[in-house]
Structures are given as C-alpha cells and as structure tokens.
Design a protein around this ligand. Sequence first.
Ligand SMILES: Cc1cc2nc3c(=O)[nH]c(=O)nc-3n(C[C@H](O)[C@H](O)[C@H](O)COP(=O)(O)OP(=O)(O)OC[C@H]3O[C@@H](n4cnc5c(N)ncnc54)[C@H](O)[C@@H]3O)c2cc1C
Length: 384
Amino acid sequence: MEFQLSDEQRHLRDEVRRFADEEIRPIATEHDVNESYPHEVMEKAAEMGLLAPHVPVEYGGVGYSALENAILTEELFAADPGIGLCVSSAGFGAEAIMGFGSEDQKERILPAVTAGDAIMGSAISEPQAGSDVTSVATRAEKDGDKWVINGSKMWITNGTVADYFVVVCETDPDIEDRYTGFSQILVEGDRDGLTTEKITGKLGIRASDTAELVFDDVRVPEENLIGQRGMGFLQLMEFFDETRTAVAAQGVGIARGAAERALAYAEEREQFGRSIADFQAIKHKLAEMHTDTEAARWLTYRSAWAVDNEPGDLTALASMAKEFASRVAVDVADEAVQIHGGAGFVNDHDVERFYRDAKITQIYEGTTEIQKNIVARELLDEGI
Ligand SMILES: Cc1cc2nc3c(=O)[nH]c(=O)nc-3n(C[C@H](O)[C@H](O)[C@H](O)COP(=O)(O)OP(=O)(O)OC[C@H]3O[C@@H](n4cnc5c(N)ncnc54)[C@H](O)[C@@H]3O)c2cc1C
C-alpha cells in the first residue's frame, strides 16, 4: 500500500491551493452576497488547466485521474465552495460526451470547455423527478431528422450561463423495461424554444448558477443524440461512482476549510484571560474536526483510487465516501461556527458561509438517504 502522493500530485495540490488563495478567497463574500457568477475567475482557471481537467489531452484537457481531480477539488472548495463549484462544474456532462459522444461532439465541445470558451450543464432533475431518475418526463420525439424536446428541468447548475446541456429525455415511453426508455441529448444553450430562469435565494453555494430550464418544442439535429438511443439512464449510472467521489472531495474541502479557519480563530480569540484554544472543550472540538476531515479524505482517496484502478466494482465505496464526507462537511462547519461564537454568525467570517454551503453536499448527486440505500443494497446484494 502507498499512502503518499506523488511529487506531481503534491505539486498540483500546492499550485491549486495558491491559485485558490489568490484568486478565489478574496472575492468569495462578494459573489455570495450578490449571488453572482464569477466570470473573472474562469479564464484564469482555464489557464491553470482546472476546467474539465479529466478531459484527455487530445481534446484540450489535462487528463487528470479521479484521484488528481479529488486533490484539486478539495483545494477549490477549501477556499470557497460556491466559486469552487463554478470551476469544477464547468464541464458538467462532459463525461457523457467523452464516454459515448461522437467524434464530432467531442471535437466541437471538449476543447472549448477546457479553454474556458464554453460552459456545460447536466440536466437530469425535474420538478417531479429528483431521486427517482426513472420518472423523468421531459420528452424527446423524432420528427424527420430532428429531435423535438418538450418539458422542464429543475435545479440545473450553470443553467443560465451554459453553452451546452446534456439533457436526459424520455425517448421511448412505451418500453416495458424501467431503465431503457431514456436517452441523453445534447442541446445548445441558444436553441429556439429553450428558456432559462435563474433560481435565487439559495441557502448556500450562491456564486454557483442554478436555474430552471423550459423546453418548448426545442428542435435539435438527430446527431445530437449522445451514444445509443435508450441507453441514457444506464450511461448516467456509469459515471455516478466518479461524480459521487468528486462530491465527496467537495465535502473534504469544505470540512478542511472550516476546520482550518476554526483553528486559527481559536488561537487568536481570548476569553477569561487566555486563548480559547486553551479550553479543553475547544481543544476536543478541534481534534475531532481535524480527525473527521482526515478520515473523510482517505475514504475519498480510496474511492478515487478505485475509480482509476478498479472501475465497475466500487458503487458501495463511492456512496460511502459521498455520504460520509458530506456528513463530515456539515458537522465540521457547524463546529467551526460554534468555535467562532457570535462572530461565526455573520459574514465577516468565512465559516458562516461554509456552514450554509456544506448542506448541498448532502443533497445533490444523490441525497444522503439514497447513498445509504445504495450501500445497503450492495451489502444485501439486491441488484439494481
Ligand atoms: C443547488 C443545486 C444544484 C443542483 N444541480 C443539479 C444539476 O446540475 N443537474 C441536475 O440534474 N440536478 C441538480 N440538482 C438536483 C439534485 O440532484 C436533487 O435536488 C436531488 O437529487 C434530490 O432530488 P429532489 O430535490 O427532487 O428531492 P426528492 O427526491 O423529492 O427527495 C426529498 C426527500 O426524500 C428523500 N427520499 C426520496 N426518495 C427516497 C428513497 N427511495 N428512500 C429514502 N429517502 C428518499 C430524499 O433523500 C430527500 O430527503 C441540484 C440541486 C440543487 C439544490
């Protein structure tokens, strides 16, 4: 067993940490307060190779492994989860293109995303279809050589800023099999009939753009189908191990960011004539926060390693990592506010934002309850 990062991985971690400290931290509060998308960071993130970095080199990416992606995701989220998500979601849906897309789709989209010239969104959820993806009702029907799409999508990250969406549509509603009636279709953001409305008032990750999409007779060429018709749901399942591991890394970043800020504050704040870090109650909190973060990191690394080395056999592990790291993020952010006392209750201190931001990691990419269902299903060998 190896418990060491390579020199390249350590270098990556240090470089992304420096970038996040210099470019993200100083503007985090402003984008949180204004609920504004940090366009100014994206160009620099592209120069650093941080946009869709898992895209292979021949399509403009860096070809990072899942482990390297976990390392850089932690750094981005430790600086600021909202802007961290903007950077790490620029290529949402790129897996589908990489895994199943045509050569034309790959050449048209992937280099543009990695260069920072285009943003992607992955549109699965709907007002009535969240945890149960098989209840997706957005309909794509064939009309000559076009797909005609009608329906709506909810909570779509990058919804009002994306140039391309990978949209899960029902294409074969009459099929008896529960899983093979869906296809993924590429929809350009400027297609006639597609309207997007930004969702404001989010609890956290407020720099990240979230929107509702409405498809009203949106017509796209038949070549926009991604891979094989009817395989959309199964294509999605292939990437959940990877994307859930990435959300676990987000949780690790949030926990570390909160734990570090709490440690610094505890050393500096004085009560009863001494630093609050002298009180055993605070010492124990700090010890637990850092221990939990370390445990979450290693479970996440283990899952990422499995994505890279044992694909196809890690569904329970990825769900364990996602569930555990997101729980640690929420708990550690909570304790970080507690250590700050009243100061943690206002946005003069980052921990107020981390407390709000942490919660999303227990909701998107499959809720905590769904992750536990998956782990139990795998333990009990109940099949899909
Ligand atoms: C900020 C944000 C960004 C998002 N980004 C995207 C995106 O880019 N693309 C996208 O497609 N979606 C996105 N989502 C949607 C997200 O994936 C869903 O919100 C999530 O899957 C849960 O679905 P739901 O909200 O419909 O909740 P529901 O499925 O209605 O769940 C409600 C509650 O019931 C529980 N529950 C449901 N089914 C079960 C069950 N079988 N067993 C036990 N408990 C259950 C859930 O765990 C939850 O506690 C985003 C959401 C948010 C808030």
